[in-house]
Write a protein that binds this ligand. Structure first.
Ligand SMILES: *Cc1c(COP(=O)(O)O)cnc(C)c1O
Length: 309
């Protein structure tokens, strides 16, 4: 596939050690899996790089290269106080020698989160804005004001949600895996879009924000907008947000802690644990046929785990 080759080439320009073969799959051997006659594996995007964890690595590298091609040495993006995306961007900027600016949702009150402290330590300049201002992050006038204020820069949308991000996520699935279904947690749906345009088996996305059906429509729109076709059946389920983005329930946390103890795979409550909660429920109600082999895509970022401390 030409896209695959050029993606790897692009990433090697940014990082000569880049390889999509680094992704291991850890089989899950918990009792509830065997009871229901399915097999479960976790695609360990959390292990792809020690600092730039997970799907953010796949979304950021092609964006860094795009910025360089446009002659920019400064990157600006958006996120919350526990944003895996801003954290990865700050560390990528430090490693690859690019200046980074993080526009943070919400006024700076009280001490900085550990996530934002890391970002500052990595050289990221933070700019706090009110929630209403943050909601303008796609408005060209506001983006121009940011250029006036911070100088010329390359904008990466929140969560790395652009074509380069989708193309990056097309590289997540190993070519020769033997799973029959794929599951992924969805924020912007960019990772899902990459998976459904590269997978040969059905993909189920678990929406972590509240809003019936909205992400299914948005991802369909994203594919249309980029002129991309799904290569497999896919669906977004919207029942496992646990009250909304970054909200938790006792059941969510309990399921997460139990899985971590059983499997020694770190999760976080914002994304991966909601995918796990959905998986346990879906397996229990026979959503997957007997004999199914379900591959969970671990999104990697663990900033939400630190937020529990
Ligand atoms: C960002 C993130 C996601 C969601 O990715 P999208 O492409 O925005 O849907 C899922 N899991 C983890 C751990 C993440 O950091």
């Amino acid at each position: 596939m030409t896209v695959a080759r050029s993606f790897v080439t692009v990433c090697r320009i940014v990082d000569t050690s880049f390889s999509t073969e680094k992704l291991a799959i850890t089989p899950v051997t918990a009792a509830w899996v065997h009871q229901h006659k399915v097999a479960v594996g976790v695609l360990r995007a959390d292990l792809v790089d020690p600092a730039l964890s997970g799907n953010k690595y796949f979304k950021l590298l092609p964006n860094l290269q795009a910025a360089r091609q446009l002659g920019h040495d400064t990157l600006l993006s958006f996120g919350g106080a526990w944003s895996n995306h801003l954290h990865a961007l700050a560390l990528a900027g430090q490693r690859y020698g690019l200046r980074t600016i993080g526009v943070v949702r919400g006024e700076a009150v009280g001490p900085l989160t550990a996530c934002l402290q890391d970002a500052i330590a990595a050289g990221m300049q933070l700019h706090f804005v009110s929630r209403s201002e943050y909601d303008c992050k796609a408005d060209p006038h506001w983006l121009q004001q940011l250029i006036d204020r911070f100088g010329p820069h390359h904008v990466i949308p929140a969560g790395g949600a652009n074509l380069a991000g989708v193309v990056g996520c097309q590289q997540l699935l190993p070519a020769n895996h033997d799973y029959t279904h794929v599951m992924v947690a969805c924020g912007t749906g960019t990772t899902l879009a990459g998976l459904v345009t590269s997978s040969r088996v059905p993909v189920t996305g678990i929406q972590v924000l509240k809003g019936a059906g909205y992400l299914q429509r948005e991802v369909a729109g994203m594919l249309d907008g980029h002129g991309m076709q799904a290569t497999c059946p896919w669906q977004v389920l919207d029942d496992w947000h646990c009250g909304g983005f970054a909200r938790t329930t006792p059941e969510l946390l309990e399921t997460m802690y139990r899985f971590e103890a059983d499997c020694s795979i770190p999760l976080e409550p914002v994304y991966s644990a909601k995918m796990l909660l959905a998986l346990v429920a879906l397996v229990g109600r026979g959503y997957f046929p007997a004999g199914a082999r379900v591959l969970l895509v671990h999104g990697g970022g663990l900033q939400g785990r630190r937020s529990l401390a």
